[in-house]
Design a binder for this molecule. Structure first.
Ligand code: PMV
Length: 309
């Protein structure tokens, strides 16, 4: 059998994180500069399927490791295709920071599933791939909305409402973002769990906030589709204020947001689960260098430039 390689991008949530878990819409975009790649090669006869992820310090044989997301992904692909375990070796490599809200888990699973299915001569459609990755996301997240697997598998900006067909959408004009990493790992299931507990204690306040976030998302989608990038800054500020109300921001995120705005970013907000992880800042060609510098000075561990297109 031939070898097969496939990849999937990282992702950012542009607007609507957390509220999306409660049925509100959210917008997300792929980050093509960060990728997970999986390579499948034939193994020796009788070797079974082995999976190695040196960046994640993981090595598994398929048998006995189904509780792990990577082995689970492979198993789901085999079940879906009605195939037995092949004698093959999968190597997974990723430059997407783990537990930073950049979709690392979904991208790794998507790359692995895509490569294995192609290796078996049965490539998966985006929707099928996304449904399969969603199953593995449950291992990482507990109760994921499904937005991560969707954007990572489609590789396009998406408008997402839980339980509905995702809508791919096209920015009227591409725009530049800097992603600033606080370097603080913050597993999404923890912030999602904290919001859930707080929502149970104060349902009316939380539901009103989710609805307000949903309204910001709708306006943001039209602004992006119409190429009205300048209006995105105030919408990011509005979304961030609502995320603060959900108590998912953190001093480190606030520090990066403040630094980006002071250095001339058009807008800034946390992106993803919050608590740590990443923030995004809207920049122009003229401001990108100074905002990047300000983010590093304010403590960012890594700053990634991405074009939403
Ligand atoms: O994977 P993250 O950290 O980008 O979080 C995804 C966004 C949340 O809305 C916080 C959770 C979800 O499942 O949608």
């Amino acid at each position: 059998m031939n070898t097969c390689t496939a990849s999937a991008p990282g992702k950012i949530i542009l607007f609507g994180e957390h509220a999306v878990v409660y049925g509100q819409p959210a917008l997300a975009a792929p980050v093509h500069d960060l990728r997970a790649t999986a390579h499948v090669a034939p193994g020796s006869p009788g070797s079974g399927l082995t999976i190695e992820a040196p960046d994640l310090d993981q090595r598994h044989a398929l048998a006995g490791a189904a509780a792990h997301a990577l082995a689970l992904t492979a198993q789901l692909v085999l079940e879906r295709l009605g195939e037995g375990e092949p004698d093959a070796h999968i190597t997974v490599q990723s430059d997407i920071p783990v537990a930073g809200g950049l979709g690392s888990g979904a991208a790794v699973s998507a790359a692995l599933a895509r490569a294995l299915a192609a290796y078996l001569g049965r490539p998966l459609e985006n929707a099928e791939l996304s449904a399969l990755v969603y199953e593995t996301e449950k291992v990482h997240h507990g109760t994921p909305s499904g937005i991560d697997n969707t954007v990572v598998c489609y590789g396009m900006p998406v408008y997402f409402v839980r339980g509905h067909e995702p809508e791919v959408f096209h920015p009227g004009k591409p725009f530049d973002l800097l992603i600033g990493d606080t370097g603080i790992p913050s597993p999404t299931h923890e912030t999602v769990g904290a919001v859930r507990e707080a929502w149970q204690r104060e349902p009316s306040m939380y539901e009103a906030t989710f609805t307000e976030i949903g309204a910001v998302v709708e306006v943001a989608r039209s602004a992006i589709e119409c190429g009205q990038t300048a209006t995105l800054g105030p919408l990011m500020a509005e979304n961030q204020a609502l995320l603060r109300r959900l108590r998912v921001s953190s001093p480190e995120l606030e520090q990066l947001i403040e630094a980006a705005l002071a250095a001339g970013a058009g807008g800034a907000k946390l992106s993803g689960g919050g608590g740590g992880g990443n923030m995004i800042a809207l920049v122009e060609q003229e401001t990108v260098a100074q905002v990047r510098k300000a983010l590093y000075r304010a403590g960012a561990r890594r700053v990634i430039h991405t074009l939403v297109r």
